[in-house]
Design a protein around this ligand. Structure first.
Ligand SMILES: CC(C)(COP(=O)(O)OP(=O)(O)OC[C@H]1O[C@@H](n2cnc3c(N)ncnc32)[C@H](O)[C@@H]1OP(=O)(O)O)[C@@H](O)C(=O)NCCC(=O)NCCS
Length: 172
């Protein structure tokens, strides 16, 4: 990618832009703007944004599940349609795994719908680059969501990884 992209943890001022990337994706569940502000405020160390020419073109949000110290959970990742397919998604995951907020984690978990080919390919690629297994198992069934129109969510469990060991993950 020729354009200069910078990666960093978000601040409260990024909450609205993250909300907009989610809204524009047309794929991701759009949560309230308040929630993205809250994540940018209190969970910034396990979230990241990609910035190009002063614009947020991608983000990743995550958290450390309480009581499961080895896990970093990726909640949502989104790249603006204009910037997809150029390795940005992979760099966001890589940035998150190497960030302070993911220190001590050795398992990456996320949930993905069966029809989301891009996301499935992204996280399988991460497992491949780390040289570790990617286990897929049921998590949330479509019937557990209110109303209709939400697919199943399968749990992707990647690891155990050790970033101090040789791996193909993008460096920062
Ligand atoms: C999923 C998403 C974040 C991927 O971001 P991206 O920057 O386009 O992904 P990358 O360019 O880093 O590609 C990562 C890998 O996925 C593959 N990939 C990307 N898009 C793909 C697609 N549409 N179909 C199949 N494979 C795809 C790439 O070839 C690459 O594979 P590799 O590791 O073998 O080289 C992006 O498509 C997106 O924002 N989608 C809408 C939101 C969404 O679905 N988020 C995930 C659910 S939380």
């Amino acid at each position: 990618m020729n354009e200069t992209i910078t990666f960093r943890n978000p601040t409260i001022d990024d909450g609205a832009a993250i909300w907009k990337v989610v809204k524009d994706s047309g794929v991701l569940d759009l949560n309230s703007a308040y929630l993205y502000l809250l994540l940018s405020k209190d969970f910034a160390e396990t979230c990241a944004v990609a910035e190009m020419n002063g614009e947020i073109v991608g983000f990743i949000t995550g958290y450390r599940p309480p009581g499961r110290e080895s896990v970093i959970f990726v909640w949502q990742i989104g790249v603006d349609a204009s910037a997809r397919g150029k390795g940005l998604g992979k760099r966001l995951v890589s940035y998150l795994l190497r960030s302070q907020g993911a220190r001590g984690a050795s398992i990456l978990e996320t949930t993905i719908s069966p029809s989301n080919d891009a996301s499935r390919a992204l996280f399988r690629g991460i497992a491949r680059d780390l040289g570790v297994p990617c286990e897929v198992r049921p998590c949330f069934a479509a019937s557990q969501f209110p109303g209709t129109g939400h697919e199943d969510e399968e749990l992707f469990r990647i690891g155990p990884y050790d970033l101090s060991q040789p791996n193909q993950l993008i460096e920062f």
